[in-house]
Design a protein around this ligand. Structure first.
Ligand SMILES: Nc1ncnc2c1ncn2[C@@H]1O[C@H](COP(=O)(O)OP(=O)(O)OP(=O)(O)O)[C@@H](O)[C@H]1O
Ligand SMILES: [Mg+2]
Length: 227
């Protein structure tokens, strides 16, 4: 079976004042049904790699294939559409819209794909209830705890039923109890037709993945588990 995501010879050079080779000739494959963690010291390239996976940023050179489709670097319209339909992203700082309630944050992401409003609302309620947020629909982000905000962000990432879920240090801002809870939620999202990839500095959380990818200085240092 061919891998759902393929990275071939991916390089990323940031060339502002000082040239930084953030990713050096990375070859990687990701398969449906698996959870991957990305670990490594600060500056090793974890976020850069996730930004390539989310098609938010483009590599300087190399090839990306998703679902057997060649990703055309710089084709922003197509890549934006692909991201919206295929990828859910969870950030360290939640990135919620502060002027919208929890459920509005979740439904807005669903409506971006021009879906039926009533169906999106029903889906949002179901997903949020499953994440323990049934009593928090109408709260604003400022009225929620960090762990609750992150669960809203997870619900938002799930609303379009993405095959790929990406999370960059999703519990970096949380106390240990909330972090454990959010990770439990994240690991429980594992499904046969889904790929979950997260970056973390926490060894215990990293070990909850099926495959641990360790980065150092823009390179893959080791891969623990089957890709
Ligand atoms: N927009 C940018 N412009 C210039 N250099 C950048 C940019 N983004 C990242 N870098 C550099 O690329 C390298 C990799 O950064 P990256 O953010 O991927 O590291 P990281 O592994 O996610 O680190 P952390 O654990 O601190 O989040 C770093 O040396 C960083 O300074
Ligand atoms: Mg980072």
């Amino acid at each position: 079976m061919s891998s759902f995501i393929k990275f071939k010879k991916i390089n990323k050079i940031f060339d502002l004042k000082n040239k930084v080779r953030a990713l050096k000739n990375i070859n990687l494959e990701f398969n449906l049904g698996k959870i991957y963690s990305i670990v490594g010291p600060s500056g090793s390239g974890k976020s850069t790699l996730l930004n390539m996976l989310s098609l938010i940023d483009s590599p300087t050179s190399g090839h990306i294939k998703i679902n057997n489709q060649n990703i055309i670097i710089g084709n922003n319209n197509d890549n934006d559409n692909l991201r919206a339909s295929l990828i859910g992203i969870i950030y360290q700082n939640y990135n919620l819209l502060n002027d919208f309630t929890a459920i509005e944050n979740v439904t807005l992401a669903g409506l971006a794909l021009n879906k039926n409003r009533r169906q999106v609302l029903l889906d949002a309620k179901k997903i949020m209830s499953n994440l323990g947020l049934s009593k928090r629909f109408d709260h604003f982000p400022s009225e929620l705890s960090g762990g609750e905000n992150q669960r809203v962000a997870i619900a938002r990432a799930l609303i379009n039923k993405p095959k790929i879920i990406l999370a960059d240090e999703p519990t970096g801002n949380l106390d240990i109890a909330s972090a454990k809870n959010v990770f439990k939620v994240l690991i429980n999202l594992k499904k046969s037709n889904r790929i979950i990839i997260f970056a973390t500095h926490n060894r215990e959380f990293a070990n909850m993945s099926d495959c641990k990818i360790e980065m150092i200085d823009g390179n893959i240092k080791s891969i623990n588990g089957k890709l």
